[in-house]
Design a protein around this ligand. Structure first.
Ligand code: NDP
Length: 572
């Protein structure tokens, strides 16, 4: 950790400013998610419509049985299915709301969509598919095509049902099967069900007075309407476009809008931190020399790189807890001030540059990396409407209104994010003794490894709370997929029918999660956002496992080693 570069007073003043900026935002809005709605029905139904699906073919309801059923067809399902196939599981069905596999990468087709994790690490199963991404950072269409390639390779299209939303998943004790019902009238029975519905899948809108009165066109960033904008946004050249939100999606969209639209208004509540994106086309000579197993080795190296060397560790161990915290915070502030400096160097208008500066610790919000976002504000057609933490609170038939000024628009894009890490977003999950999962979680989330939950036999959860968070999400999902495939394989090869975590094992994990959460007050001090549940106070168990990714991985292995102690395994 670098030594502090400035006198302590400098850091203390910045910390105070961070606190003021947080308080300002907390004063403007209620904490938590009540400021948003993801109930996209009635007047808001248009925001949920899938523009990719086209004409949905009609079909008769299905009534059948499969061995493994995935709710959701994104990376969680694809990665786990690949492992299940390798273990000889034939009967796998993906049930997916969209018209294809891909999850996030199916829905998010907005212009400029790309991944902020290096493609050689993010795109999974590169060895298995004998594929090397075309750039250091992959664009959305390449990732979507990779998802389709995985589904083809592992023959997952055969039993898949698209344009189908699971509405209830109910355990039938007599049959020892899950009964899965959908919005297409299906009743699918499955021995194993995997909730693979994604971490950020259900779009949400900020509740803004008058939003329904807007007469122009409007859509959510994850439902991009190319019919309106044109494939290359050519229809926007005579249009006034507004975008609400400046998170990771908007940061990728704004530069594209800036290239084509007549006028672009970016409505900002809290700026994102924007760092450089070091991108390059893959060197074919490098790619040619890669040997089997290269991706696993690379991922291992990336994980090892964030671990401290023995000398650094000794240096840190010599400090008191407070000294350690202070060093960490000062280093964090130095980083954020470099982000500010970059803004000053790029953005020509001083008022705009100042408004784009994020005043919070690094990682309070999801960091962004883009080379064209800040320069876009030098374009004459791109205007930042900085709401100074307040946000847009009023929209009339012409467009958003801020401080009495009306912004007349032809189209308004909501880049306002998604519901976070909800298990069973459109789906009511009912386990043994008619217990609904949401009722079980009423007094706090209870799982083993964030994957299993007692009373819900043969049900597995991916990407939910109480699992470790990884910036490279596919790394985390791969470990969960490997673990789930190993559990299912164990049940099948030992003649069992069900696997259900014991109360003791679940309680152990809940306590592990609690123990490792909130080691500092950082989360409470952060500006509100989805990383800290929008500033709402939260139970210590209702979040991610913060004991470290490698430790999480190790615990998965230990649970599998002690599988007969950690689970009730029954033959029925
Ligand atoms: P976010 O939740 O990150 O951002 C929502 C934005 O909307 C915030 O800037 C928020 O402001 C703003 N907002 C909400 N209400 C209002 C309002 N009334 N007025 C003005 N602004 C408002 O959503 P995104 O879709 O941008 O990103 C979601 C996540 O998806 C990312 O964090 C990331 O994890 C993932 N993603 C990943 C990518 C990748 O590279 N892999 C690319 C894109 C997205 P405030 O901050 O004040 O709440």
């Amino acid at each position: 950790m670098p030594k502090s570069r400035q006198p302590q007073d400098y850091y203390d003043k910045i910390k105070e400013k961070f606190q003021d900026e947080r308080n300002l935002r907390m004063d403007y809005r209620p904490p938590g998610t009540v400021q948003f709605t993801s109930d996209l029905t009635g007047d808001l139904e248009k925001y949920a419509i899938d523009p990719q699906a086209g004409e949905v073919p009609s079909r008769d309801p299905i009534e059948d049985s499969v061995e493994v059923l995935f709710i959701g067809g994104g990376f969680s399902a694809l990665l786990t299915s690949a492992r299940l196939r390798q273990k000889g599981v034939e009967d796998i069905r993906i049930v997916e709301r969209g018209a294809d596999v891909g999850g996030t990468w199916y829905w998010n087709r907005y212009p400029g969509v790309a991944c902020d994790v290096v493609g050689y690490d993010y795109l999974p199963l590169l060895d298995e598919l004998d594929y090397v991404p075309v750039n250091h950072y992959s664009r959305g269409p390449e990732i979507f095509a990779h998802c389709q390639a995985i589904a083809k390779k592992y023959n997952l299209y055969e039993l898949a049902e698209f344009n189908t939303t699971v509405t209830s998943t109910i355990w039938n004790e007599a049959e020892a099967l899950w009964h899965v019902k959908t919005d297409r009238g299906d009743l699918m029975r499955a021995q194993f069900v995997i909730c693979a519905n994604g971490t950020l899948a259900k779009p949400k809108l900020s509740k803004i007075n008058g939003m329904k009165t807007f007469k122009g066109h409007a859509f959510h960033s994850s439902r991009w309407d190319y019919e309106f904008t044109g494939r290359n946004l050519e229809n926007l050249k005579d249009k006034r476009v507004g975008i609400i939100g400046t998170g990771a999606s908007a940061v990728q969209i704004v530069p594209e809008l800036g290239k084509t639209a007549k006028e672009v208004y970016v409505f900002q509540r809290t700026p994102s931190s924007i760092d450089v994106r070091k991108d390059w086309p893959t060197d074919p000579n490098w790619a040619r020399k890669l040997e089997p197993g290269w991706q696993a080795k690379r991922r291992e190296k990336v994980l090892a790189a964030v671990e401290l060397s023995p000398s650094k560790k000794a240096e840190l161990d010599a400090l008191t807890k407070d000294e350690k915290l202070q060093q960490q915070e000062n280093g964090n502030i130095d980083y954020m001030m470099r982000i500010h400096k970059r803004i000053d160097e790029i953005v020509e208008d001083k008022t705009t540059a100042d408004a784009l500066k994020p005043w919070y610790m690094f990682m309070c919000k999801r960091p962004c990396f883009h080379n064209d976002y800040l320069p876009a504000f030098n374009l004459p057609n791109v205007h930042l409407v900085d709401t100074k933490g307040k946000g847009i609170t009023e929209i009339n038939e012409k467009g958003p209104v801020f401080e009495g000024e009306e912004y007349e628009l032809d189209v308004l894009i909501y880049a306002t994010g998604f519901e976070v890490q909800q298990t069973g977003i459109y789906n009511s999950i009912v386990g043994k003794d008619d217990v609904n999962l949401s009722d079980k979680y009423e007094d706090g989330i209870r799982t083993l490894l964030g994957i299993h939950t007692a009373g819900f036999p043969n049900l597995f959860i991916m990407g939910g709370y109480q699992a470790s968070f990884q910036f490279n999400l596919t790394d985390m999902l791969q470990t969960q997929g490997d673990h789930i495939a190993a559990c299912i394989d164990y049940v099948r090869s030992n003649g069992f029918r069900t696997i259900d975590p014991s109360y003791e094992a679940e309680e152990w994990w809940v306590q592990e999660v609690i123990k490792h959460r909130g080691k500092t007050s950082r989360s409470e001090e952060c500006t509100p956002g989805y990383y800290n549940m929008e500033g709402a106070s939260q139970r210590r168990q209702d979040g991610n496992y913060n004991g470290g990714f490698r430790q999480y991985f190790k615990h998965q292995g230990e649970v599998r080693e002690r599988i007969s102690e950690c689970f009730n395994l029954e033959k029925h």
